[in-house]
Write a protein that binds this ligand. Structure first.
Ligand code: 5GP
Ligand code: ZN
Length: 109
């Protein structure tokens, strides 16, 4: 938990989010500025800043995030979609709490 982190605030319930899925390790919620008709984020509950901070200790968690992307995408009716992680400021990352974007279904309304 990091006091200044927007995703930690969502995890703590102090900022609302449209949650699709939650368990003891991860949460998934819809992106506030969707890039497509369906756009959600899969976020681990642990505050890990970027993929660059991950080690083999995070291997199972990262695999779980990918498989959850496929499961939730199917539940959202997506046939094809993107699963993207932005890494570092130069990689387009704005929120420094690791997350996997999943989006598809055509342009956002
Ligand atoms: P990044 O650029 O770090 O990979 O993506 C961060 C994503 O978080 C962006 O797509 C942005 O729209 C989303 N986001 C930022 N703040 C909030 C928020 O308060 N609620 C939700 N649901 N999404 C957010
Ligand atoms: Zn955080």
């Amino acid at each position: 938990m990091s006091a200044d982190c927007i995703f930690c605030k969502i995890l703590a319930g102090s900022i609302p989010a449209k949650t699709l899925y939650e368990d003891d390790e991860v949460i998934a919620f819809h992106d506030i500025r969707p890039l497509a008709k369906v756009h959600f984020l899969i976020v681990p509950k642990a505050h890990i800043e970027t993929l660059k901070d991950c080690t083999t200790a995070h291997q199972a968690l990262l695999g779980k995030m990918m498989l959850l992307a496929a499961k939730l995408a199917a539940e959202q009716g997506l046939v094809g979609y993107k699963a993207v992680m932005n890494i570092g400021r130069e990689g387009g990352q704005e929120v420094f709490h690791i997350h996997l974007h999943v989006y598809g279904g055509g342009p956002a309304a």
